[in-house]
Design a protein around this ligand. Structure first.
Ligand code: FMN
Length: 367
């Protein structure tokens, strides 16, 4: 197992309605004051990253949304160590605008911005904002060009690039970002096209929640492909965390979330994401196998099963690390209270178990 401690990120609730599509009480708010305080709690609790979301239109419980780059900058300004990952959608953003905006934010925040390139799933949103809707694999071809252009602009002077979607002629960005070689580039997905893109160009691959076996299969596939490409990619997995003093309490919260699911919103979301993945030829897209219960959390976060006591959750996190996970992307019902609890009750146990696992491995090597 890696000697590097596993990292933690949390979802920034910059869209309204919380992180589950349920009418259960959620003491999570999408406004900037709540989010600033949450970011401060999170960095104090030991979280290294926060992930913002990009949404342009209302739907599925997310009626209001703050824009991702703007809120990322505001959270960076309110914190000292936290890295904030701004979600960016090729189409509304061009690579040159993203490169320029993020380079300035990187300068202002002592090198703490990162980016998540999302390829898009929400056809109605694209239609509403006048963006052409590309087929599934074409969306990834565009995202890959976007990432290549972003990296080129950030790292080279007199950058030229001639792609099918983007073209640059002798372009020099000044100032460049502070981070070397460039701010970290994340992407999301599960499909063949998403994994292939990660194995060529991304620094980080984020995937939906899944079983340990499902996550391992994806990681093995991506790392084998990346090795053939001479590339290395780190992996983050989504998980909705319900940590309570007893397993029964944690399970009761999960049951209540699902019992109070917003039926129409979950079904509408299901139709949209299933049709977004329909063009993914191999049928392994992010939500290809998601049930109604899974979709009550947008990114299948219950499936990772970080639901139980602090000890159970810590053990499952270390098991994720053992199959190659580098980062857990966590969502919570009541974000501020539960991020604080996670830092106090779960994280120290994870660190203890990580040390034990390394010691056991060294003993076995010496025997
Ligand atoms: C962790 C994570 C975060 C994501 N954030 C966003 C987002 O903020 N906005 C968005 O439109 N799509 C977002 N996506 C969707 C992905 O970019 C991508 O469109 C989707 O996962 C489709 O995957 P597929 O190719 O496996 O079907 C996110 C996906 C993941 C896994």
């Amino acid at each position: 197992m890696s000697q590097t401690p596993i990292k933690f990120a949390y979802w920034v609730p910059n869209v309204s309605g919380g992180l589950v599509v349920s009418k259960i009480e959620q003491r999570t708010h999408w406004d900037i004051d709540y989010n600033r305080k949450l970011a401060q709690i999170a960095e104090h609790a030991g979280f290294e990253y926060a992930l913002s979301q990009i949404r342009f239109t209302a739907g599925y419980g997310a009626d209001n949304q703050h824009e991702s780059v703007t809120i990322s900058h505001a959270l960076l300004a309110a914190t000292e160590k936290l890295k904030v990952i701004a979600a960016i959608l090729p189409g509304p953003w061009s690579p040159v605008l993203a490169a320029k905006q993020l380079a300035s934010i990187d300068q202002f925040t002592n090198g703490r911005i990162a980016v998540n390139i999302v390829s898009g799933w929400f056809k109605s949103e694209f239609r509403a904002i006048g963006e052409p809707w590309l087929d599934h694999d074409e969306r990834y071809r565009r995202s890959e060009e976007f990432i290549r252009a972003l990296k080129g602009i950030w790292t080279q002077d007199n950058f030229s690039f001639y792609g099918d979607f983007y073209r640059f002629h002798d372009y020099t960005l000044k100032p460049k970002p502070l981070q070397q070689p460039h701010p970290e580039i994340f992407q999301g997905g599960s499909s063949r096209a998403a994994r292939d893109m990660a194995s060529r160009v991304s620094d980080w691959y984020f995937t939906n929640g899944n079983s340990l076996e499902g996550i391992k299969a994806q990681i093995d596939d991506i790392r084998a492909k990346a090795a053939l490409n001479g590339h290395s990619v780190k992996v983050g997995v989504n998980a909705f965390v319900i940590a309570r003093e007893t397993e029964a309490e944690a399970q009761a919260v999960l049951e209540e979330i699902i019992a109070k699911a917003d039926f129409d919103a979950v079904n509408g979301f299901s139709r949209e994401v299933k049709s977004a993945g329909a063009a993914s030829p191999e049928g392994e897209g992010n939500w290809a196998k998601s049930t109604f219960e899974d979709l009550v959390q947008y990114n299948d976060g219950f499936k990772t099963n970080l639901i139980g006591t602090p000890q159970q959750i810590a053990e499952r996190i270390v098991a994720l690390k053992a199959v190659g996970v580098d980062l857990v992307l966590s969502g919570f019902l009541h974000c501020q209270e539960e991020v604080e609890y996670f830092g106090r009750r779960v994280l120290p146990l994870v660190r203890e178990l990580e040390v034990q696992a390394v010691a056991t491995k060294e003993e076995a090597a010496q025997a």
